[in-house]
Design a protein around this ligand. Structure first.
Ligand code: 5RP
Length: 225
């Protein structure tokens, strides 16, 4: 089945989790945008929710769809957060940040009472790491962080925008896409990365997802609670 149809199936299944009055973390990326469009239709039919966007592009789309936005300061604990992922395992570990929004995505996932990842079946893997791990860095520390990533066995590549300049995150930071190969121990890598000064955040989401909804063969398969 086409990836796009599986994403839509997962997005549709997540819509069933949204109830009137909820504050909803709004993820970033194409799967999250599908969810957002479906949510926008419900809002136009009378559903009352507030959204906390995880990126400027999500905020813009949500506004176009008529979804009321609030900040994390206004609503520090959204009832639920719905977001995509680049890779996921059955042990509920994720790689995120392919769209460059990992910092706000992790903040909102952490803050939310429930975090649900929505993916197509190609994203479900036995081991994380085929997808290069996005690491958001302070530009000043680029060389230091790159060397430290190499010491950890990774190959860092500075992400570029379409015009060939460094890709800028919503916070004005840069991203190193770091190929580690199969990541045998995501928790250990996460804590080693967290110890490197100049890394603002990395795309390993461990112990954050309550549920992963996988679009697969025409139906939605749920992992977790
Ligand atoms: C953005 C992300 C996205 O959730 C991730 O890249 C998946 O994107 P898509 O749904 O387009 O495949 O982490 O920072």
């Amino acid at each position: 089945m086409a990836q796009v149809e599986e994403k839509l199936i997962a997005a549709n299944a997540a819509l069933d989790l949204i109830e009137n009055g909820m504050t909803v973390g709004l993820g970033s990326g194409t799967t999250a945008a599908m969810f957002l469009r479906l949510l926008g239709e419900r809002v136009r039919s009378g559903l009352k929710i507030k959204g906390v966007p995880t990126s400027e592009s999500t905020a813009q789309l949500a506004r176009e769809l008529g979804i009321l936005l609030v900040s994390l300061d206004d609503q520090p604990h959204p009832d639920i957060d719905i977001d995509g992922a680049d890779e996921a395992t059955e042990s509920m570990c994720l790689i995120k940040g392919g769209g460059g929004a990992l910092l706000r995505e992790k903040i909102v996932a952490f803050a939310s009472r429930r975090f649900v990842a929505i993916i197509d079946s190609s994203k479900l893997v036995k081991k994380l790491g085929k997808f290069p791990l996005p690491v958001e860095i302070v530009p000043f520390a680029r060389s230091l962080v790159a060397d430290a990533v190499v010491d950890l066995g990774g190959k860092p590549v500075l992400r570029q925008a379409n015009d060939g300049t460094a890709f800028l995150t919503d916070q004005g930071n840069w991203i190193l896409d770091c190929s580690f190969g199969a990541i045998e121990d995501p928790s250990s890598l996460a804590s080693k990365l967290a110890d490197i000064p100049g890394i603002v955040e990395h795309g390993l989401f461990i112990g954050l997802a309550d549920q992963i909804i996988v679009g697969r063969n025409g139906s939605a398969v749920r992992l977790g609670n």
